[in-house]
Design a protein around this ligand. Structure first.
Ligand code: HEM
Length: 210
């Protein structure tokens, strides 16, 4: 029997995930080595990414395959806007700017995720499963490092969701996708691209703040 897609994914993206972890910017944040402005900058970059991703989710909500992945409980934009208001003040939208790698990521995301379920699920998986897994550790770390208590780190908190249960369910959904081996390859290729784009954003942030 062919490998389940969720298992293939884990295996084929293991080294990309290692590279993302090895970048060091997120570790420097959770250990409090960077000023809070660096954390506020990461939050700003997230806003640009999730604006593009969650707009694509609205476009894909009627797609017969992609719609299974459109969970209203995952939507991050309102939490990010609350965090930005807390971190940058009421005029936050005038005070944030996309880094060059963020602009590149958003361009790819709009191209890949609005037109086809394979691209959409690839970008959706890379961000939200990351947020529900390692993101939970990062959220606790930044709250501790920057003395946040409720405000400023809402992005990491999924109200009404058990992250472990949703991650398990998400993997089951991946395993029921009606994709041919060729389409599965295309999906994994786009997930690897999404990892590269995330690492490039972290590289830009690291260059700016370390
Ligand atoms: C300091 C940085 C990071 C840490 C400590 C971290 C940690 C983790 C951990 C502990 C898991 C759970 C693994 C498991 O269930 O066996 C995970 C999963 C995941 N992470 Fe990360 N991560 C980091 C950065 C990233 C980045 C930058 C991305 C890309 C956006 C990412 C994407 C993912 C994805 C997609 C999964 C789900 C894998 C799967 O179960 O299919 N991670 N991460």
């Amino acid at each position: 029997m062919a490998d389940r897609l969720s298992a293939r994914l884990r295996q084929d993206t293991r080294s990309a995930h290692e590279a993302a972890r090895a970048n060091g910017f997120l570790d420097a944040l959770v250990t409090g080595l960077l000023p809070w402005e660096a954390y506020a900058d990461l939050t700003a970059q997230h806003w640009f990414l999730y604006e593009a991703l969650e707009l694509a989710a609205r476009t894909m909500a009627d797609d017969p395959v992609a719609r299974a992945f459109v969970f209203p409980e995952l939507v991050r934009l309102p939490a990010l806007e609350a965090d930005l208001r807390f971190l940058h003040g009421p005029r936050w939208s005038y005070r944030i700017a996309a880094l060059p790698a963020t602009t590149t990521y958003c361009t790819r995301l709009r191209y890949a995720a609005n037109s086809h379920p394979i691209g959409f699920v690839a970008h959706h998986y890379t961000r939200y499963l990351g947020d529900l897994s390692g993101g939970q550790y990062l959220g606790r770390g930044v709250a501790r490092a920057y003395g946040l208590n409720g405000e400023g780190h809402r992005f990491f908190i999924f109200d009404g969701i058990n992250p472990d249960a949703l991650t398990t369910y998400y993997r089951q959904l991946l395993d029921t996708l009606p994709w041919s081996p060729y389409e599965q390859d295309e999906f994994i290729t786009e997930v690897l691209e999404a990892y590269r784009l995330n690492i490039a954003v972290l590289d830009d942030l690291r260059r700016r703040w370390t």
